[in-house]
Design a protein around this ligand. Structure first.
Ligand code: AMP
Ligand code: MG
Ligand code: MG
Length: 312
C-alpha cells in the first residue's frame, strides 16, 4: 500500500505504476498487430484500441484507488457497466513513496486535484510501423487548483532488448518543489539552437515561427510528451508549436516535469495554461517549452502569429 501521507505524492506514486501497466497494454496490442484504428472527428486525429484500453486502465485504476478524484482522459469512451479487472493496477512506486512531500503540497485535498490523462501520446507514430515507436508516451498529469504540480511520462518503446526481443520502457516522474526523476539532463546542443516541433501537424504558421527563431536544426518528431522529453534531456533547446492542436492532456504532465527542473511551458504569448476541470481542452495559444531562456523564444514569435493564436 502506498504509504506517503501526502495526497499528491500518493497519486503520483500510483500513477507511476498505472502508467507502466498502460504501457504494457500498449505494447501488447502492438505486438498482436490489430490496432483497431479509427479516425476521430478532427482531421489527422487517430484513435486505436491501445488508446482506448490504456485509458480504461488508467481512469479505472486511479478512480478506484482515490475516491472522488476527477480524472479527465483524452478519449471519449462509452461508459462500461463492468470494469475488466485485468485492467486494474494497484501498485505504487517505492521511489515516489519514500520522497518528501514539498511543503506547498502538504494540505492538498481531493477536491483541489484534477488528473489529465493522455493514454497514448503520439498515436500517429504508433500506427506507422517500428520507426517512430519511441515517440509514443503515456502521460498522467496532476493539477492542483489549476496548476500542474506533478506528472508521469512513460515511454513504453524505449530501448529494444535484443535478447528478449522486448522493449524495456522507462518511466519519468516529477513533482514541482521536489524535482524530476528517471532521466538525466545533459546539454547536447553544443551551443547550437536546436528546436523540436511536430512531424505530422505542421502548418504555415508553425514553419514561419520556427524560421523566425533562426534555428541551427529542427527536429520533427511525434508526441508532445516525447518533445518535452527531448527538452528535459537536453537534446534540444526548445519545443515550439505555433498552432492549435495540443490539448490539456498533452501538456499537463510534461509541463509539471519541466517546471520541476526550472523549465517553462507556455503558449506563444508566454502565458501559462490552466488545468482546472472546466477549462477548455484545446491549447489555443500553441506551445513554447524550454529548459532555459524561455523568454528568448517568446520574443521571437512573430506578432502576426501571436495575433491569431489566442491565449486561453
Ligand atoms: P504532434 O507534435 O503533432 O505529435 O502533436 C502533439 C499532440 O498534439 C498529439 O497528441 C497530437 O494528437 C495533438 N495535436 C497537435 N496538432 C493537432 C491537430 N492539428 N489535430 C489533432 N491533434 C493535434
Ligand atoms: Mg497527445
Ligand atoms: Mg493521445
Amino acid at each position: 500500500m502506498a504509504s506517503n501521507t501526502c495526497l499528491v505524492m500518493r497519486i503520483v506514486s500510483a500513477s507511476v505504476s498505472v502508467a507502466k501497466k498502460a504501457g504494457t497494454i500498449v505494447r501488447d496490442i502492438r505486438s498482436k498487430g490489430s490496432l483497431g484504428v479509427v479516425e476521430k472527428t478532427g482531421k489527422n486525429d487517430l484513435q486505436t484500441e491501445a488508446d482506448r484500453k490504456a485509458q480504461r486502465c488508467i481512469v479505472a485504476s486511479l478512480t478506484r484507488r482515490f475516491s472522488g478524484l476527477i480524472v479527465i482522459g483524452e478519449e471519449e469512451l462509452p461508459k462500461e457497466e463492468q470494469i475488466d479487472e485485468n485492467l486494474i493496477e494497484n501498485g505504487f512506486s517505492e521511489e515516489v513513496d519514500k520522497s518528501v512531500c514539498p511543503e506547498a503540497l502538504k494540505d492538498v485535498k481531493m477536491e483541489d486535484v484534477v488528473i489529465w490523462v493522455d493514454p497514448l501520446d503520439g498515436t500517429k507514430e504508433f500506427t506507422e510501423g517500428t520507426k517512430y515507436l519511441d515517440h509514443v508516451t503515456v502521460l498522467i498529469g496532476v493539477a492542483v487548483n489549476g496548476k500542474p504540480v506533478g506528472g508521469v511520462i512513460h515511454q513504453p518503446f524505449y530501448k529494444f532488448d535484443t535478447e528478449t526481443q522486448l522493449y524495456v520502457g522507462r518511466t519519468m516522474w516529477g513533482v514541482v518543489g521536489l524535482g524530476a526523476f528517471g532521466f538525466e539532463h545533459k546539454d547536447q546542443t553544443q551551443g547550437k539552437r536546436i528546436l523540436t516541433t511536430t512531424r505530422s501537424h505542421g502548418t504555415e504558421a508553425v514553419q514561419e515561427t520556427l524560421a523566425a527563431m533562426e534555428p541551427d536544426e529542427v527536429l520533427r518528431v511525434g508526441g508532445a510528451g516525447h518533445k518535452v522529453l527531448l527538452v528535459l534531456e537536453g537534446r534540444v533547446s526548445a519545443y515550439i508549436f505555433a498552432s492549435m492542436g495540443c490539448k490539456k492532456w498533452d501538456t499537463c504532465a510534461p509541463e509539471a516535469l519541466l517546471q520541476a527542473v526550472g523549465g517553462k511551458l507556455t503558449d506563444v504569448h508566454g502565458n501559462v495554461y490552466r488545468y482546472d476541470k472546466d477549462i477548455k481542452h484545446m491549447n489555443t495559444g500553441g506551445v513554447v517549452a524550454a529548459y532555459r531562456k524561455h523568454d528568448f523564444y517568446i520574443e521571437r514569435v512573430p506578432q502576426s502569429i501571436k495575433d491569431v493564436l489566442p491565449s486561453q
